[in-house]
Design a protein around this ligand. Structure first.
Ligand code: SF4
Ligand code: SF4
Length: 111
């Protein structure tokens, strides 16, 4: 039988609502606040909980992946001079720019 799991996550009050599965990613942050992705497993050694690279951007009113924007802030072995190149690499690994791939249903939101 298919088990349902519920989880409470906290997000920025100005974060946009989660779009439908497959719709354009709007940076709502639900996915990365719920669990880390394979990039976080491999490069941040984070296997559960809110990803520590989930980064709120005030000027954009959305979350972004810190491993795309400033990976050197999270992985000390990455020199700042290769920040952009490594950011592009991580962007390709997480399929940034493609549709929302987080299938969870948001059942309640509180501010
Ligand atoms: S992939 Fe989906 S859940 Fe994750 S930030 Fe983008 S829109 Fe939100
Ligand atoms: S590494 Fe980036 S895409 Fe992956 S869970 Fe963390 S913030 Fe999200």
């Amino acid at each position: 039988m298919h088990k349902t799991r519920t989880q409470t996550i906290e997000l920025h009050p100005l974060a946009p609502p989660k779009p439908d599965f497959g719709a354009t990613c709007n940076g709502c942050g639900f996915c990365c606040a719920a669990e880390p992705c394979p990039v976080a497993y491999l490069f941040l050694f984070q296997f559960k909980g809110r990803c520590r690279a989930l980064l709120w951007q005030n000027e954009l009113n959305r979350y972004v992946c810190g491993m795309v924007v400033c990976p050197d802030q999270y992985v000390k072995l990455i020199p700042q001079r290769v920040r952009k190149r490594m950011g592009r690499f991580f962007a390709s690994r997480i399929s940034a720019g493609s549709g929302c791939d987080f299938a969870a249903e948001v059942i309640n939101t509180k501010i």
